[in-house]
Design a protein around this ligand. Structure first.
Ligand code: LER
Ligand code: MN
Length: 267
């Protein structure tokens, strides 16, 4: 279950918005196994309180998003300015440190940025590759993986499919980076969602379990039973995380997600 602590992102694809305590109570009551936090930065989370909430509610921290580096601070790993790229790396390293306290991986999604006239595609990909090498090794030294998320064409022009993501990972010096398969982005970019999952499952480390319209799983037109079958038959053992819009409201989105999850993956 996702929870956003980033006011600037309100209206974005996160289920809970009213603090960690509320999110943990609801997630636990509905039967989720973990929460994924989208935070403005590590200092925005009281880590002692988070540890306590996770223990009280028998939840794991599934992952931490780093997108606030872009949303709040305008940072990107492929910025033309080297000081800005360094600041983006530093922000993500601090998020990795935070997640590692809870054995949770950090996610690089929107922080990958875009190629532009000033930073042409080969240059941007080279910046991205060296950032993933450095951050992958940084995460490995702290005992956690790093997640890299292909996005749809309206959010990036770098890597949009699992196949291109897997090819990028295969060129890295580190093997500590895995793909995040977000079903919303995949619905826009993949030729065949189940086929992409089956082909690249060995490098999928996390799934954003959401429907075609970015509403809760079950409120759109994805064939989630077939997608879940592809994940199960490929031996996927990671989290499927509800990164969905709070439509019609947080509680309904969460309840619909867990009902769909149980239909697709079993009780
Ligand atoms: C952004 O669209 C997204 O899917 C997030 O998980 C990445 O920041
Ligand atoms: Mn996502």
């Amino acid at each position: 279950m996702t929870v956003s602590l980033v006011e600037e992102a309100r209206g974005g694809p996160f289920v809970y918005w009213d603090g960690l305590e509320n999110a943990c109570q609801e997630a636990s009551r509905l039967g989720f196994h973990g929460i994924e936090i989208f935070a403005p930065g590590p200092e925005a989370v009281d880590q002692v309180m988070l540890k306590d909430l996770l223990r009280t509610h028998s939840l794991q921290l599934a992952a931490v998003g780093t997108g606030a580096g872009m949303v709040k601070h305008g940072l990107s790993l492929t910025d033309r300015d080297s000081d800005r790229r360094t600041a983006a790396l530093a922000f993500i390293e601090r998020m990795i440190d935070f997640g590692a306290q809870f054995s949770a991986p950090a996610i690089i999604g929107s922080m990958q940025g875009k190629w532009t006239a000033e930073v042409p595609r080969p240059q941007a990909l080279s910046f991205l590759q060296s950032a993933l090498n450095r951050l992958g090794a940084y995460a490995a030294a702290r005992g956690v993986r790093l997640l890299y998320e292909p996005l749809n064409r309206y959010e990036t022009n770098l890597i949009k499919t699992l196949a291109d993501g897997a090819a990028l990972l295969s060129q890295l010096e580190t093997n500590n980076v895995q793909l995040l398969a977000d079903l919303f982005h995949m619905n826009i970019e993949e030729t065949n969602i189940e086929g992409a999952i089956r082909s690249h499952c060995s490098v999928i480390g996390h799934v954003h379990f959401v429907d075609s319209n970015r509403e809760a799983a079950g409120r759109g037109h994805l064939d989630l039973a077939e997608i879940a079958l592809a994940l199960r038959e490929s031996g996927y053992k990671g989290f499927v995380s509800a990164e969905a819009l709070a439509i019609p409201d947080s509680h309904s989105a969460a309840a619909t997600t867990i009902a769909t999850y149980r239909t697709c993956f079993g009780p």
